[in-house]
Design a protein around this ligand. Structure first.
Ligand code: URA
Length: 249
């Protein structure tokens, strides 16, 4: 495989370290090292190999992860995925420099402000589209707490693939529901419509009081990843997102 190269100043500018001029200054002061040796020339071309972050140090710290970054965040309640909603953004939970990356990190779909749990972020547009594309039907599992007890019909209705949400023209795809308690359920859906889970229970006369996503495909939110914490995913974890086959509609 051919390893791409980039000018050092462009690489670091795109990772959010500053303007090309600022990076030039860092290089001149010997604050950028590769395998322990200073790289004084900011215009030098670097092989952008996967191990570069382990070999390069910038101002005393390991180089940030290269583009192609995929993060799993435990989204806490009260933070939003979009500027369109009021409140602090999920991006504020990441290192400040990461907000200046180009390509930028985006959330893979969205969770409501009052939904917690597994949220992916990536700067890889192709991967993002693959995960959210209806074609791939990545199953998403939600743990739901309801205002009223389940009446026993919900799982059957959700499984039919005929439920219509208010204001929509196409019925929902079949979804699987497991009863966890009188007012608790796990619901797995294969699409991502606006406020989907809340609207599904509203369509049956109930009300979602708490919502938490704990799984996408075979990728589960680890118990030790606390609200607000995130981790970078490796290839095996990325593959796990696609590892569960959707039921044929
Ligand atoms: N369904 C919802 O209603 N809200 C979410 O955040 C995710 C799925």
């Amino acid at each position: 495989m051919k390893i791409p190269t980039s000018r050092l100043d462009r690489l670091l500018a795109n990772l959010g370290y500053g303007s090309r001029r600022e990076i030039q200054m860092l290089a001149r002061r010997g604050l950028i090292t590769l395998d322990g040796a200073p790289v004084f020339d900011a215009e030098a071309r670097m092989a952008v190999a996967p191990d570069l972050s382990a070999r390069m140090v910038v101002d005393g710290e390991a180089l940030d992860p290269l583009p192609g970054l995929v993060l799993m965040l435990h989204k806490p309640l009260g933070v939003t995925c979009s500027h369109r909603e009021a409140g602090p953004l999920v991006y504020g939970l990441l290192p400040p420099r990461w907000r200046r990356r180009d390509p930028a990190l985006s959330t893979v779909g969205r969770l409501d402000k009052e939904t917690s749990g597994l949220l992916l972020l990536t700067d890889d547009g192709a991967l993002l589209h693959r995960i959210i594309s209806p074609k791939h039907h990545v199953p998403k599992r939600y743990l739901v707490s309801l205002a009223r007890p389940l009446n026993g019909t919900e799982a059957g209705v959700f499984a039919t693939g005929t439920l219509m949400l208010e204001g929509e023209e196409k019925p929902l795809l079949p979804a699987e529901m497991e009863v966890l308690g009188a007012r608790e359920a796990a619901l797995t859906v294969h699409e991502g419509r606006y406020h989907q889970v809340r609207r599904m229970f509203a369509a049956l006369g109930n009300h979602v009081e708490a919502l938490h996503r704990d799984r996408m495909g075979a990728l589960a939110l680890p118990a030790d990843l606390k609200p607000g914490q995130w981790m970078a995913l490796g290839q095996a974890e990325i593959d796990a997102i696609f590892a569960v086959k959707a039921p044929t509609p």
